[in-house]
Each structure stands twice: as structure tokens, then as C-alpha cells.
Design a protein around this ligand. Structure first.
Ligand code: NAD
Ligand code: ZN
Ligand code: ZN
Length: 400
């Protein structure tokens, strides 16, 4: 089959690889009809996530048709399913608590990895996201093996457009959980850093949860425009000082809840960000946490910090004093996707949530390397790319 493979920093290729096969009775094989590129994929593309191997098949946001089932799969051939990026067994201590992204069974036990040393516990399995999350082949491919297919995939109604439901695989539940983790109360002002797909879905979710005001922060005008369409006030961090602007907008107290949807590759020519950049490039550090620092300093006393954004290592100059002295709380984590899919599918079918506004490009899977370059180099023009397997490669124009 054809699949997108990782070969190193900024080196992804379309290649012919072995077709997946059923290995365990609970597996199913999915023929991918749509798959998307995520901000998390950019962390792989930029070489920030350890334990990638040359030839790994990427992709964790995908959906398609069931073409093969193991003896204990509950799926049927021909069904259309969206697959959560988190691989979860459904029965371990964590899955029982609906903490699906903490599943203790989906990262093979014979695969002792650096997450056990670095994080104290092994991570759960994720599709197409390095060997410390199980080394599973991802869904930017024609076919994927889906383990625990009786737990994860959500069957969607026949005839529904892929574009409407594809984002149930990750970013819609991620934006929703980000807003839920902000414990929004009526009347709240919520500030959201990063207006990529995750931030934009967090904004939409926070609105639905009753936030009174939302303030969106980014530097790409087009992404800020999309945030404004959902009713957010906007701050372009290249034009004003974010902390000062937020204090002015909130009568000097700061937002009630803050959401970091930026992550370990913060942009911006700020002193701390430049220092982080030097440290990361000289292997003295792992993450650029400018947004996280700003989120904590700007949050009001007693406020809530939600971090859907990905961080990977041991961070430097984390404002622990401010975090403790201001009495903040923080919630974070890879999304417990399976916990949210049914309710969010219903919200989509009832037209309460809009998902298609986000898609800026639909490309053949064969153009996936162009897609990564677009999403990485031209974020103002590119908000979300959906890839379609089985179509011929086209000529892709890069923005000027
Ligand atoms: N928790 C999860 O399960 C989960 C799931 C999906 C994505 N993520 C993570 O969420 C983050 C966002 O994902 P995405 O797909 O929206 O990515 P993205 O790269 O498209 O968006 C990130 C946005 O942050 C903005 N940004 C950069 N520096 C900033 C700064 N200093 N201040 C304000 N904004 C800034 C960028 O301009 C960009 O628009 C990534 O870290 C991704 O890995 C986490
Ligand atoms: Zn994703
Ligand atoms: Zn489990």
C-alpha cells in the first residue's frame, strides 16, 4: 500500500510499504478515506519527538471503511468509522475511569521505552507517534490496523460527509477537553493562546460552555479572523504586549481561565523564547515554553490553567512561584478521545458544532509531503489539511 513515512527532520516521503494484517482478534483493518495533518505531526516533522525510526508510517487523525475484522472485533465490514488517535483497551484501571489516553495495555510491555524513565510511567499507545507510544503505524496511509477495534472506533451514519466527522479523531475532542479542563463558569473571561485547529475548537467549545468573553492570541491574521468569527476578541502578539493587553481588557485582574494551545514550539522574538531556542538547538533543553509561562503569569489569582498543547521534556524557567502563590490549578493531558466521541458526534449531527470551516486544503495523500510543508511554512494560509488516499498526485502551489 501507499503510505507517508518519516525519515528525519523535514523529510517525509510517500512510499510503498507492506499492507497491514490482523494480528490480534480485536483488530480491524480500515481502508482510509480521509486523514488529516495535525499540529502534533509538526512536532515529529521538526524532530522534537524522540524514538522515531526511519520508515515509520505517520498519521493519527483518520477515518475510513472497515475492510477486515478479527474474531473479536465488534465492527462489521463496510461500516464507516472514525478512529480516535489514542489506542485504548477499554478495560484497564485507567480505561475504566475513562482516562483513555492513560491506557496501561496499549503500549506493548516488551517495548520498555524512554517514557517509563522520563515520565515515571509508560505512555499509552498512539497511532503514528513514535516508539515511545507503541510504534504503531499511522493513518496517513491507504490502510491501517486498528487494535482494540471494539473500543475506539466510532461508527458514523452512512452518507455523512467525511469532512463533518473526521475531526472526532482528535482535534474536536481535544478542543472540547481543553475547554472542559478550564472549568468554565458563567460570566468567565477565557483567554486562548494559539489559534490553530486545537485553539479554534477550544474557542468554539468554550462558547458552548457559556464563557462570557473569549480572548484569542496568535500572530497569524487569518487564524485570528477565524477566532473572531466564533465571537472571540483577538490579540496579535506581534502588535501589542499580550500581558498588558489582557490586563487592560480585564480591569487589571487577568482572565479567569487560560488555555495554552501552542505547545513546545512557541513562535515569537521574545527573550525567553530565544534563550529556549538556543538551549534546544544545543541539546541543553527540550521545549520552548514561552506560551506556558505567559499563560501562568496572565491568569487571574485563583484561576484555571488548561494545557491541551503538547510538551515533551524537562522545561526550564517554569514560573512555579507564580503558579503556587496565585493559587492556580492546571489540567492537561493527551485527550481521552473515546470519552467524548458519542456526545460530539451527536452535536455535529445536530449542527451545534461546525467542523468544516477549518479545512483550508484537500489534497491527494500522494501530496502529503507538500501538505506538511504547507502546514509548517504557511500557517496563515493553511488551517487544516485533509488528505485523500487513492487519488493521483497533483501540482501544489506554495503561497508566496
Ligand atoms: N492534548 C492532545 O491530545 C493534543 C491533540 C492535538 C494537538 N495537540 C497539541 O496542541 C497544540 C496545537 O495544535 P494545533 O494543531 O492547533 O497546532 P498549530 O501548529 O496549527 O497551531 C499552533 C498555533 O499557535 C500559535 N502560536 C505560536 N506561538 C505562539 C505564541 N507565543 N502566542 C500565541 N500563539 C502562538 C501559532 O501561530 C499557531 O497558530 C500542539 O502542541 C499539538 O501537538 C494536543
Ligand atoms: Zn492530532
Ligand atoms: Zn486500557
Amino acid at each position: 500500500m501507499r503510505a507517508l513515512t518519516w525519515h528525519g527532520k523535514h523529510d517525509v516521503r510517500m512510499e510503498t510499504v507492506d499492507d497491514p494484517e490482523i494480528i490480534n482478534p480485536r483488530d480491524a483493518i480500515i481502508k482510509v478515506t480521509s486523514t488529516a495533518i495535525c499540529g502534533s505531526d509538526l512536532h515529529l516533522y521538526d524532530g522534537f519527538i524522540p524514538t522515531m525510526k526511519s520508515g515509520d508510517v505517520l498519521g493519527h487523525e483518520f477515518m475510513g471503511e472497515v475492510v477486515e475484522t478479527g474474531a473479536r472485533s465488534t465492527l462489521r465490514k463496510g461500516q464507516k468509522v472514525v478512529v480516535p488517535f489514542t489506542i485504548s483497551c477499554g478495560s484497564c484501571y485507567f480505561c475504566q475511569k475513562h482516562q483513555y489516553s492513560c491506557c496501561d495495555n496499549s503500549n506493548p510491555a516488551d517495548n520498555q521505552d524512554i517514557s517509563e524513565f522520563g515520565y515515571g510511567n509508560r505512555m499509552a499507545g498512539l497511532f503514528g507517534y513514535s516508539h515511545m507510544t507503541g510504534g504503531y503505524s499511522g493513518g496517513q496511509a491507504e490502510y491501517v490496523r486498528v487494535p482494540y477495534s471494539d473500543v475506539g472506533p466510532i461508527v458514523v451514519p452512512d452518507g455523512i460527509d467525511d469532512d463533518k466527522v473526521l475531526f472526532l479523531s482528535d482535534i474536536l475532542p481535544t478542543g472540547w477537553m481543553a475547554a472542559e479542563n478550564a472549568d468554565i463558569e458563567p460570566g468567565d473571561t477565557v483567554a486562548v493562546w494559539g489559534c490553530g485547529p486545537v485553539g479554534l475548537f477550544a474557542i468554539q467549545s468554550a462558547m458552548l460552555m457559556g464563557a462570557n468573553r473569549i480572548i484569542a492570541i496568535d500572530h497569524f491574521p487569518h487564524r485570528l479572523e477565524l477566532a473572531a468569527k466564533f465571537g472571540a476578541e483577538t490579540i496579535n502578539f506581534e502588535d501589542v504586549k499580550v500581558y498588558d493587553a489582557l490586563m487592560e481588557m480585564t480591569g487589571g485582574i487577568g482572565p479567569d481561565a487560560v488555555i495554552d494551545s501552542v505547545g513546545l514550539e512557541a513562535h515569537g522574538l521574545f527573550v525567553d523564547n530565544v534563550v529556549d531556542q538556543i538551549k534546544v538547538s544545543t541539546f541543553l533543553g527540550t521545549d520552548r515554553i514561552h506560551a506556558l509561562r505567559q499563560v501562568i503569569l496572565a491568569c487571574r489569582k485563583g484561576g484555571r490553567v488548561s494545557v491541551p498543547a503538547v510538551y515533551g521534556g524537562f522545561v526550564d524557567k517554569f514560573p512555579m512561584g507564580a503558579f503556587m502563590e496565585k493559587g492556580l490549578t492546571m489540567k492537561t493531558g493527551q485527550t481521552h478521545v473515546q470519552h467524548y466521541t458519542q456526545a460530539l458526534l451527536a452535536a455535529i449531527l445536530e449542527d451545534k458544532v461546525d467542523t468544516t470551516f477549518l479545512i483550508s486544503h484537500r489534497l491527494p495523500l500522494e501530496n502529503a509531503p507538500d501538505g506538511y510543508k504547507l502546514f509548517h511554512d504557511h500557517q496563515n494560509e493553511t488551517t487544516k489539511i485533509v488528505l485523500k488516499p487513492g487519488r493521483e498526485k497533483i501540482q501544489v502551489e506554495m503561497p508566496a
